[in-house]
Write a protein of this length. Structure first.
Ligand SMILES: Cc1cc2nc3c(=O)[nH]c(=O)nc-3n(C[C@H](O)[C@H](O)[C@H](O)COP(=O)(O)OP(=O)(O)OC[C@H]3O[C@@H](n4cnc5c(N)ncnc54)[C@H](O)[C@@H]3O)c2cc1C
Length: 388
């Protein structure tokens, strides 16, 4: 038996004993997901117990170093853990922008002090983050952002930044504890005048206003900063060099969004959708072939990405392919469901889950950078097309 076989059998045994049965059921809605943070209310005892047990083992961030709340697993061990969780249908114990986006950026660019301060809290789900990138005039052209941070040396408050401006499409800003935010600290150069700043959402001068979506949910906000004072040492990386941090984080965000292409289980549909219509059956079969190819490609790309060997444009390729696949999956679910799937709120369907999930996938090819922008990046950096 190899070390990895031993790790697999121990992991399997631990999960069998410690993952509550309720946490092995598919997630039905956002309510089933655990976002953590200082104002979090657990939906059930099982949700709390599952998070506590996984935190204790360092398995909310299995590949992070032990000093920062992880388990220090090798990529091969982390893959085994993922497979064993999938085998019993175990839910992720924590959904967190801290884990999927900010954590990797802090590990690479954060000071020792920032790592010690924030990473263990992220691993334990004690702090909920939102992402302050987009602005009304800066989405695809992100480096055009105008939210300003001025360095101020004050007699009353010591050295700090004074932040003024507006962000938009800030997911969960009204529920987040802290924000990772791009601000302009110099106007001399578009890309070299941006800094990456962390601050508490309860700081005076921060306010949020929800935006309602087509799906009926409202996870988005407009976020306003009005003379927000932020301690100087909350810049990650060098002042005016935040674009490097921003891009690195975007790679991880795109990798995470690409993962939606893998679906909830093995990503295929044939085992759950068996429409009578022969044309639809053929489409499901064609989809499943593409889904299996995507799963194989993801495995290779994600391993290269984690090992630092992937091409810088590969998250864009994966994000494009994964989000288009996820949209196709939900189109097929809707087509197979017929008029029943269009139910929104009626006797047959109280949540309108299929329709809401389908509408939500429309945003996959916008969030984290649109499909057009990903294709531009692929054209420029991989295909070497002129003018892209
Ligand atoms: C579900 C969801 C969650 C989000 N969450 C957050 C969040 O938490 N924090 C945050 O900061 N932002 C968030 N966003 C914002 C998201 O990052 C932006 O919407 C996205 O980057 C596009 O920017 P935009 O909306 O300004 O569109 P625009 O940049 O105005 O683009 C409009 C259209 O023009 C196309 N286009 C623009 N430039 C080019 C070009 N050069 N070549 C070809 N086509 C082009 C785009 O592809 C798009 O189709 C979220 C968005 C969604 C949908």
């Amino acid at each position: 038996m190899t070390d990895l076989d031993t790790f697999r059998s121990e992991t399997r045994a631990w999960l069998e004993t410690n993952c509550p049965p309720e946490m092995r059921e598919p997630v039905q809605s956002e309510k089933d997901m655990c976002w953590g943070g200082r104002n979090w209310t657990f939906q059930s005892d099982a949700q709390r117990v599952w998070l506590e047990r996984m935190v204790e083992r360092g398995w909310t961030v299995p590949h992070w170093p032990r000093d920062y709340g992880g388990a220090g697993l090798s990529p091969a061990e982390a893959k085994v853990l993922k497979e064993e969780m999938a085998r019993i249908g175990a839910r992720s114990p924590l959904s967190s922008f801290g884990i999927s986006m900010l954590g990797p950026a802090l590990l690479k660019f954060g000071s020792d002090e920032q790592k010690k301060r924030f990473l263990p809290e992220i691993a334990r789900g004690e702090i909920r983050w939102c992402q302050g990138y987009s602005e009304p005039g800066a989405g695809s052209d992100l480096a055009g952002l105008q939210t300003k941070a001025e360095a101020v040396s004050g007699e009353e408050g010591g050295d700090h930044w004074l932040v003024n401006g507006q962000k938009v499409w800030t997911s969960y800003a009204d529920k987040a504890d802290w924000i990772f935010c791009l601000v302009r600290t110099s106007s001399e150069s578009k890309h070299s005048g941006i800094s990456f700043l962390l601050f508490d959402m309860t700081t005076p001068g921060v306010s949020t206003k929800p935006i309602l979506l087509i799906s009926g949910n409202s996870p988005f906000c407009e976020t306003f900063f009005d003379d927000v004072r932020v301690p100087k040492d909350q810049v990650v990386g060098e002042v005016n060099r935040g674009w490097d941090v921003a891009k690195y984080l975007l790679g991880h965000e795109r990798e995470m969004i690409a993962g939606m292409g893998l679906g909830a289980t093995d990503g295929t549909l044939g085992s759950i959708l068996r429409p009578d219509d022969p044309f639809l059956r053929a489409e499901v079969a064609a989809f499943d072939v593409d889904a299996l190819a995507f799963a194989a490609m993801s495995e290779r790309f994600f391993e290269m990405f984690k090992a630092g060997e992937a091409h810088p444009a590969s998250p864009s390729m994966m994000k494009y392919a994964g989000t288009e696949l996820n949209k196709r999956r939900h189109e097929l679910v809707m087509a197979a469901g017929g008029s029943d799937a269009l139910e929104w709120d009626s006797e047959r369907s109280s949540e309108g889950k299929a329709a809401r999930d389908w509408l939500r996938t429309k945003a996959n090819s916008i969030e984290g950078g649109t499909s057009e922008i990903q294709l531009n990046i692929v054209a420029k950096h991989i295909l070497g097309l002129p003018g892209a």
